[in-house]
Design a protein around this ligand. Structure first.
Ligand SMILES: NC(=O)c1ccc[n+]([C@@H]2O[C@H](COP(=O)([O-])OP(=O)(O)OC[C@H]3O[C@@H](n4cnc5c(N)ncnc54)[C@H](OP(=O)(O)O)[C@@H]3O)[C@@H](O)[C@H]2O)c1
Length: 165
């Protein structure tokens, strides 16, 4: 399978690349592709023609998100939506990752992907906006997990498990 990973300089991507051995994987770190540059994203993905795009790009420094919501909104919400549009046009499957910050933490049992979100901070709001907008773009192909804890190596295991589903 032909797989492109965007935001590929981060922790999750560094676990995913070895987990995806056997596939043709094109890891694109921030320096090679800015997900906020929508024309560049479209051009690069159109050239790569991936079967699957994995979006690991994120701005998740929670305190900075509160001080300056503009960048996290562009990365976590707008770029996620634009990426989904390109994937829909190219018929590529999009894999994206959300966060437990979309929940308010008041529930007394573990959260599942189907629980109602209620983010309490800017980071959570931007990630929820990314989930919602990208899901609307490609309702049949976009797929989203909300990892509660993504510490390595469990992160890779979770991703690999979800990948097989
Ligand atoms: N880390 C966690 O504890 C955690 C928990 C739950 C969910 N998640 C989710 O899991 C996913 C992966 O997170 P991670 O832990 O791997 O985070 P990470 O290590 O911070 O990686 C995120 C990557 O995104 C890149 N990035 C930021 N802005 C970008 C842009 N405009 N264009 C392209 N790349 C950009 C960053 O590059 P630069 O640093 O060079 O900007 C960084 O390499 C994210 O969706 C995150 O929300 C993470």
């Amino acid at each position: 399978m032909n797989i492109v990973i965007v935001g590929a300089g981060g922790q999750l991507a560094s676990d995913l690349v070895p987990a995806l051995a056997g596939h043709r994987v094109v890891p694109l770190p921030h320096a090679d592709l800015d997900v906020c540059d929508a024309p560049a994203v479209r051009a690069r993905l159109t050239r790569e023609r991936p079967d699957v795009v994995i979006n690991t790009a994120a701005f998740h420094r929670v305190d900075e998100c509160e001080r300056s919501p503009d960048v996290p909104f562009r990365v976590n919400a707008i770029a996620a939506r634009d990426l989904a549009r390109v994937c829909a046009d190219l018929d590529s499957t999009l894999v994206s990752f959300s966060t437990d910050y979309v929940f308010d933490g008041r529930q007394r049992r573990p959260y599942t992907e189907d629980d109602a979100p209620n983010p309490l901070n800017v980071y959570g709001v931007t990630k929820l906006a990314g989930e919602t907008s990208s899901g609307r773009c490609v309702p049949n192909t976009s797929w989203c997990a909300r990892p509660g804890c993504t510490a390595s190596p469990g992160r890779a295991r979770t991703a690999a498990t979800l990948w097989r589903r």
